[in-house]
Ligand binder design. Sequence first.
Ligand code: CMC
Length: 435
Amino acid sequence: MNNTKPTAGKPVQITIDGKTYECPSFSGTENEKAFDIGKLRDQSGYVTFDNGYANSSPTTSSVTYLDGDNGILRYRGYPIEQLAEHASFIEVAWLLIYGELPTQNQLNQFHADLEANSVVDEKFIKLMDAFPKNAHPMAVLTAATVGLSTVYQNECDPGNKEHTEKSIRRLIGQFPSLCAAAYRHNHGDKLVPGKKGVDYCENFMHLMYSKDGSYTVPKEIVKALNLLLILHADHEQNCSTSTVRLVGSSSANLYASIAAGITALWGPLHGGANQAVMEMLEHIQKDGGDIEKTIAAAKDKNSNFRLMGFGHRVYKNFDPRAKLIKKACDNVLTSLGVKNPLLDLAKKLEEAALKDPYFVEKKLYPNVDFYSGIIYSALNIPTEMFTPMFALGRLPGWIAQWKEMVDGGTTKIGRPRQIYTGYTARNFKPVSERG
Ligand code: CMC
């Protein structure tokens, strides 16, 4: 059942300084257990400390289930493997946002709504000229996304359901054009109008590469893109999604919340890893292809280098998305007749890392970003556009999580505590008395 309330359990007893406190406990539909420490500070004077929120859940959610020990990922209960094989990205977007797979009528209507809302205001696109020619597309995309809230500033009240439905369609409808506009801006090209009556992914490729409208997108490319976007569509409370929720918890509008998610995604430890993997592989190749040297550098505690595309906070066995992408990589390159020596290099690097005790003991496996860039390259998507592609895929997940929070109406403003470690009180000295 969707949106089930957590099941109450026995209170958990915590003894601090000889005194016992009771915290309410509950479990979710997959028996994940939690206890609520919300009142613990008032009762005991203690807060909990959890670096990087590694063991904290600020919310319950019925959008996505992830079991990191067993490599399981499900959207609204459906295994990612089934969705990747049978669904379209827009079907998955609907599923994430509204909780059920769409009927044919709902799907047709959603496509029609997205098309009807796909045109980006011409004046707004001109704003992009203010950015330098080599601007990173993630910066441009962030600015453009929050900028949409200025175009629709009378229709983005998070408390108004009609505004939210419009914002959802405007965001998903216009995002492909915004990504393509950011790319084209750097190449001195103007954005072309979208193609009507075609698949979302086909339209995206048209927006990116069509010069005169005559560009035909090969079916293999549409299929590969559809797969990649589905695999990126949601991943429960990751860094960018938590950012979207945190910003949204202050009642900021959907555009502002999503723009914050885009900036969080940009970092190389999160979505920016796909660009970093490609740059790492190119560097290794230029450097003579020395895999042992790369592995040694990743293990060296005195170097800042990490094996990009490896490791995950939650997956400790394998990342099911990486498994699907690795398989797709071979298929896509073969069907498009593309040969990329970086694929062989990536496979050798993976093999070497998976045999190395350092990676085995720390349970570090290839993640979603390890092979995705090789497919994007085969689709002719340049390296600096890899992370915007991740954002295009993640958009429905961010929206679904934001909507779940806003519709639920019980989320408090996100406002963590801290343990202060600075100076204790001291008196101000005029500048003439400072040494
Ligand atoms: N290369 C070398 N060592 C690593 C790596 C790596 N890729 N990842 C983790 N470690 C080591 C780390 O140094 C630490 O060692 P020690 O316990 O001796 O200090 C141990 O493994 C645990 O790492 P952590 O940083 O505490 O783990 P985390 O859960 O905080 O970080 C991570 C997860 C994904 C940020 C990290 O594994 C990483 O930096 N990976 C490379 C970047 C990357 O591929 N990011 C994409 C993540 S998946 C998609 C997404 O989220 O967008």
